[in-house]
Design a protein. Sequence first.
Length: 165
Amino acid sequence: MRKTVKWGGIIVLVVFLGIQLVQPERTNPPVDQAKTIEAYVNVPPEVKSILERSCYDCHTHHTKWPWYSYVAPASWLLAQDVKNGRSSLNLTTWGEYSERKRIAKLDQICDELMEDAMPIKPYRIMHPGAALSKAEVDLICSWVEDERDRLMEADTTSSPAQERE
Ligand code: HEC
């Protein structure tokens, strides 16, 4: 019996060490300031600080990779979340969205928060301060509304031949 436990432990250890060899990419690609959300949208400091605290890790190229992002299998899950997060909403490469898409993405930010869907649950466990209070959700949503209105106005005054998507 003892022997089995011992061998069991050794096997678990070997597997654990083995999977560490499979390291995901933990990227933070270079930032082009001209493409960031701040270059297109007024982001007041109080909004920015909420985004920085709760969203930047998965929706910008300013991800702070924690120590456990170096330990498989957590590393795989985290890298996947960041990859999917950036591909659904990237505040660093905001300028690559069409005008319409920028408006839609702003709306989505408020929608996700109203549904209490962001930041995703596992992140909240590891970052207890990341969840937004009701007042913070209201602040973000009223910012979204103001900026959306401003962008829509700018849109109707621009030429009709402009980009469509
Ligand atoms: C731990 C990573 C993580 C954090 C932190 C995070 N998100 Fe996300 N976010 C994701 C992932 C993964 C997706 C894509 C899959 C999904 O919708 O669950 C996503 C998708 C989104 C989308 C796109 C939804 C759609 O309909 O395509 C929006 C908008 C969004 N997040 C907003 C936010 C906001 C705002 C915050 C901060 C309050 C935030 N996220 C924090 C991981 C994260």
